[in-house]
Write a protein that binds this ligand. Sequence first.
Ligand code: 5BU
Length: 264
Amino acid sequence: MKAEDAWGARWANCAHPLSHQFMSIACEKESLVVLAADLPTVEEIVQIIEDVGDHVCALKTHVDMVEDFNLEEWGAVVDAARSKGMLLFEDRKFADIGRVAKTQMGGLYDIRVWSDLVTSHSVSGPDVVDGIAEAWDEVERVGGVLLLAQMSSSGNLLEDSYTDKTLEMGTASPHVVGYIGNGSNPSELGILRSKVGEGKMIWTPGVNLSSKEGVLGQRYGNPSEAVRAGSDAIIVGSGIHGATEPMTAAREYASASWVALLER
Ligand code: 5BU
């Protein structure tokens, strides 16, 4: 299916090149799934990419949880993801001043050289995004930032007024490809979508096909409902890597999200 037909106004209105890349991959794979590869070793991450990569559009990592991380070994993850046609998305949740965020894009993990997307809080103001963008500039790469407009964890402090200011910040920045929204709550998500409009993506963690509640305050909603409410990507961790058959699970999430997109 052609991306403009599947995505409609979103395709026409999202300006950031990474949003079009994501929407094209989604159409090729008939999937809006982003895999949260919260696994402890490089080998396990490479293995899950090989198992489920055909049904997943982007690999979301927390590089600082990888016990045997070094940049050279990490090349295996990058190569595996690229060979499966996936985007690389580091869920770093930057939150410092711009200058420090820029240096944190380098350092031990050198996120700027391999990531296509990163998350950032908006709490420190708009310069955090500019710092991240400057880091990509320096290595002559294009990347996109997803700002946390909502969170899925219970009791989080991202209230409506904070969300609104985050959207103002995102609207003003060409580097912001979209927002993280709360996948566990379709009505909150619907309100977020109406405020965001068509020009930015909303990606949602906090989705699971079977459980309602995760550990330590994680909340879950149904992935199809999240997409119908306006989510453009469902971020799934334990629903896939914790399943007895990750590949079967990935296909189920892919199909649920794709069917919901076409219904939308
Ligand atoms: P889970 O296993 O599907 O619950 O994993 C969810 C992932 O999404 C995990 O990597 C979190 O860091 C990430 N996440 C989240 O769960 N909720 C949020 O609000 C944000 C990120 Br932001």
